[in-house]
Design a protein around this ligand. Structure first.
Ligand SMILES: [Zn+2]
Ligand SMILES: [Zn+2]
Length: 180
């Protein structure tokens, strides 16, 4: 396995103590962390084989907001931010707030949290539960805002802050950076 240090910003502690719900994937000689188990508050796994991104099952959620209702598939690869969705916003609301729900039971995935990204002003995040009590990923509900965080009880905050910053900038477009 070739590890290119330029493309390998994943903290060693995260790989060594890899939390449940994540796996490591090798693509074109680089190592990536991939989300493989995230759940709604009722315990449904919202990873779906219906849409694969970079060859892996994506995270499928029901969304509404900005005059639309539809389905969005988020990138399971940490830092890549690709996504697919089956709707288009009207041009007069370019960056709406999204409400997300479980595709199986319709439970809300929303949580109250203030976004610190300048100009965003969102006070809601989409929360994905990871296996293990208290473990979660959350993503700003503002379309186009890339704010997100990861909480893993067994891993130090220094490491999770580093994980949060992983971002393969050359591999996605900034205008639709929502995700993690
Ligand atoms: Zn559910
Ligand atoms: Zn935001």
């Amino acid at each position: 396995m070739i590890i290119n240090p330029e493309r390998q910003p994943i903290p060693r502690e995260f790989i060594e103590k890899l939390p449940e719900g994540f796996k490591v994937a090798n693509r074109h000689g680089s190592i990536y962390v991939v989300v493989e188990d995230v759940r709604c508050p009722n315990g449904h796994n919202i990873i779906t084989d219906t849409v694969r991104l970079h060859g892996e099952p994506s995270i499928g959620i029901k969304v509404k907001g900005g005059g639309i209702k539809g389905t969005m598939y988020l990138d399971p690869f940490w830092g890549l931010h690709q996504k697919l969705f089956d709707f288009m916003f009207k041009s007069n609301i370019p960056n709406p707030l999204i409400k997300a729900a479980c595709p199986h039971c319709n439970a809300s995935l929303m949580t109250t949290k203030r976004c610190d990204t300048p100009g965003c002003n969102s006070d809601e995040f989409i929360e994905f539960s990871l296996p293990g009590k208290g473990n979660k990923i959350d993503v700003c509900a503002r379309w186009g805002c890339s704010e997100h965080s990861i909480t893993i009880e067994s891993i130090g905050e220094d490491t999770t802050v580093q994980v949060k910053k992983i971002n393969y900038q050359d591999m996605h477009t900034h205008g639709e950076a929502m995700g993690f």
